[in-house]
Write a protein that binds this ligand. Structure first.
Ligand code: ATP
Length: 128
């Protein structure tokens, strides 16, 4: 009985994971900005390997990349929700979408600043 319950919860968890995976696939298929973020992610990881980031620097880089991807995914969810609830033009729809886009901008600016602080000295060192 107990193991059966465990099996059910495992099944539910794996179904939940597959829904989340579908969401990510949808982001890749339909969101150009998300694809750009993924390309930038690959470039940053390659550059990080080239300059030899430390353990702590990889942790910071991973956190920053994750924050940008989460912000972009949440922004898209908000956009889709607004389009579903309020497909016509409305000032409130505009404010909500603009605020969600603002979250992506904050994450992107943060990532840019941390990227410069981490990578500029290392690339400088590598070249000189
Ligand atoms: N229903 C609406 N009513 C009023 N303004 C809107 C509405 N939908 C979108 N806008 C305005 O257009 C902007 C872009 O919205 P849209 O839904 O096209 O996002 P997007 O171009 O896909 O954005 P992103 O590049 O972040 O994915 C919004 O930030 C908002 O200012």
């Amino acid at each position: 009985m107990r193991s059966n319950l465990g099996g059910k919860s495992r099944k539910r968890r794996s179904i939940g994971f597959s829904f989340a995976w579908n969401g990510l696939m949808e982001m890749i298929k339909s969101e150009r900005n998300f694809r750009i973020h993924l390309i930038v992610t690959i470039i940053v990881i390659t550059l990080g390997a080239l300059v030899g980031l430390s353990h702590l620097e990889w942790m910071i880089t991973t956190l920053v990349i994750g924050t940008v991807l989460v912000a972009e995914t949440t922004n898209t969810a908000v956009e889709k929700l607004i389009d579903y609830l309020k497909p016509d033009i409305h000032p409130s729809a505009k404010v909500i979408k603009d605020i969600a886009a603002g979250a992506v901008l904050i994450a992107a600016i943060t990532a840019f600043i941390i990227g410069c602080l981490l990578f500029i000295p290392k690339v400088y060192h590598l070249l000189l």
